[in-house]
Structures are given as C-alpha cells and as structure tokens.
Design a protein around this ligand. Structure first.
Ligand code: NAD
Length: 293
C-alpha cells in the first residue's frame, strides 16, 4: 500500500505557481467570510498563508453573522468591480438566513476561482472547463502526478455535492488526460452502497460521514481517495477533537494499492489548486483580457 502524499505535492505545486508568476505581477485573491464558523476560519487562514507563499496579494473580507443578503451582494459586486482583485470566493457555508446560490451567481464568472458559478459549471459539463471546483481538481492532480491510470477505469464517487462529488464525476468523465473513466455517483438514497463501492478501481469518499467506508466495501488493489474532513470529539487532544476522514483507514489501507491520508491528503491539494486557479484568473484578466469577454 502506498500513501498519496497531498501535503508534499501541494508544496511542489505552490512552488510551481510561484515560479510562473510574471515578473512584477501581483495576482490577488479576495475571500469573503460571513460569521464565525470555526472550520471556515481555519481554511481561510490556510488560503491567506498560501497566497503569501505564492507571492500573491490577498484580502480577507470578514462580514458579521447578521448581515443582510443585500449587503452581502453589494460587497461581492464591489469586489467584482475592483480591478486589483482577480480571484473572488465566498467561503461556505453561509449562515442559514442567507441564500448561497444567489450570492454565487453574483460573483463575476471570470473571478469565480471556486468554479461554483453556473457559467463555470456549464463550461465543465460542456467539456470546456475554465474554473473547476478546487477539491475535484486537486484529486485529479494527485492521481495524475502519481501516475495512476484513470482512462477506462471504473470510478465510484460517494457523494453528489456541487463542491466535490458532481464536478469530480464530470472531470473524470471528460475526454483526455485525467479523464476517460467510467464513472458512477452514489448518494444518500443509493441502494447497496457497499456493492457499488466494492466494484470501484478508484473509490472516492466525499460524504462527510466519519469512517463509513470499511474494508469489506473496497476491492483488493483499489485506489481510495478520502475527501472527508470530520471533527470527532477526542478529550486527549488539546483542541478537544481530532480530524478523521470518511474512510476507516485501519481496515481499508491493508487492501488497497494507494490511499490518501486525513489529514495530509486531499485537503492541502485543494488549497494548492486554488492558487493555480487564482493565477489563471489573473492571466485571463490581465495578460490576455481580450480572450475573456
Ligand atoms: P455535503 O454534505 O454537501 O454532501 C455530502 C454528500 O454525501 C451528499 O451528496 C449525500 O447525498 C452523500 N451522503 C451522505 N450520507 C451518505 C451515505 N450514508 N451514503 C451515501 N451517500 C451519502 O458535503 P461536501 O461538501 O461534499 O463534503 C463532503 C466531505 O468532504 C465533508 O467531510 C467535508 O468536510 C469534506 N470536504 C473536504 C474538502 C477537502 O479539501 N479535503 C473539501 C470539501 C469538502
């Protein structure tokens, strides 16, 4: 069994991104946060730190929990119009009273580095991807750079969210490198989940259910990608919790050819691909603006 080290590869990719920034250029990412979700704050710190590592500017726009939808949209429009901002993302989840879909539709598609805007999702569906959600991009990159064959393989994706499951399934089904797979999507209403999972050459778990995938659900020699990041209470830890994936590592690892650890697998790859997408946004807006609109 080989561990797929996302942490090390993410560092390599960030260095490559840094080396590709044109002389004197300052690509810039703005991250909008509403409220105080603790996991969001951790992710945003990591995004801001990665921007520094890549030689980017970053802006963390922190709005208070009770902000009204109209004020959120106004903030996003202001950042759309700010020519010194190239990548713009809204950290999810939002507080219950806000509408994330309308907010995402407000982001200028050419700055939508998270790839959640319907225009960017439509481009992915139509086989002309521009900005693709960063976690699926990171998973594909992790497999491709570790020389794992995807073409013709049976991929089973557990989870159908717009953040991970659905765009990942579309990416793997695209024509060309990193694609050409035969893909199934499973979800909370899937019958016989274990049978589907056990048929996979490449199994991706993105359900947000700690340890749900166990050894008996995995084919001998499969590649297993664990996307889950779940906080489970652990009084022995200083923070009072530890992070676990959706895969029961102990029972699954001995059966597989490759597996991603949690933490240190998909998580760091997500941030690295966000940096690559921010540089792409910069290039589309500044280096070749006529190609964009
Ligand atoms: P989500 O809650 O939006 O979606 C979960 C999906 O799993 C749904 O489509 C649901 O139908 C499916 N599901 C839930 N229970 C199931 C079950 N018992 N059987 C089959 N399917 C089931 O979550 P999400 O945003 O896609 O995130 C999933 C997990 O990935 C979470 O743990 C999240 O923290 C993690 N995540 C990690 C990264 C990263 O960078 N590593 C990025 C995004 C999300």
């Amino acid at each position: 069994m080989e561990l797929l080290d996302g942490k090390a590869l993410a560092a390599t990719i960030k260095q490559e991104v840094k080396d590709s920034v044109p002389e004197g250029a300052r690509p810039a990412l703005a991250v909008v946060q509403v409220g105080e979700d603790p996991a969001s704050s951790v992710y945003i710190r990591s995004k801001v730190r990665s921007c520094e590592e890549c030689g980017f500017d970053s802006q963390h726009v922190h709005l208070e929990e009770g902000i009204r939808q109209a004020e959120l949209l106004k903030t996003l429009r202001k950042l759309n119009d700010d020519q010194s901002v190239h990548g713009l993302l809204l950290q999810l989840p939002l507080p219950q009273h806000l509408d994330p879909d309308e907010a995402i539709r407000t982001i200028e598609p050419i700055k939508d580095v998270d790839g959640f805007h319907p225009e960017n999702l439509g481009l992915l569906v139509s086989g002309q991807p521009r900005f693709v959600p960063c976690t699926p991009l990171g998973i594909r990159e992790l497999l491709v750079r570790n020389r794992i064959d995807i073409a013709g393989k049976r991929v089973v994706v557990l989870g159908r969210s717009i953040v991970v499951g659905k765009p990942l399934a579309l990416l793997f089904a695209l024509k060309g490198e990193g694609g050409d797979a035969t893909v199934s999507i499973c979800h909370s209403r899937t019958k016989n989940l274990g049978e589907h999972a056990a048929s996979a050459d490449i199994l991706v778990a993105a359900m947000g259910k700690p340890g749900l995938v166990t050894g008996d659900m995995v084919k001998e020699g499969a590649v297993v990608v664990d996307v889950g990041i779940n906080r489970v209470p652990d009084p022995s830890k200083k923070k009072g919790y530890r992070l676990v994936g959706d895969v029961d590592f102990e029972s699954v690892a001995p059966k597989v050819s490759h597996i991603t650890p949690v933490p240190g697998g998909v998580g760091p790859m997500t941030v690295a691909m966000l940096m690559a997408s921010t540089l792409k946004a910069y290039s589309l807006q500044v280096a070749s603006p006529n190609a964009v609109r």
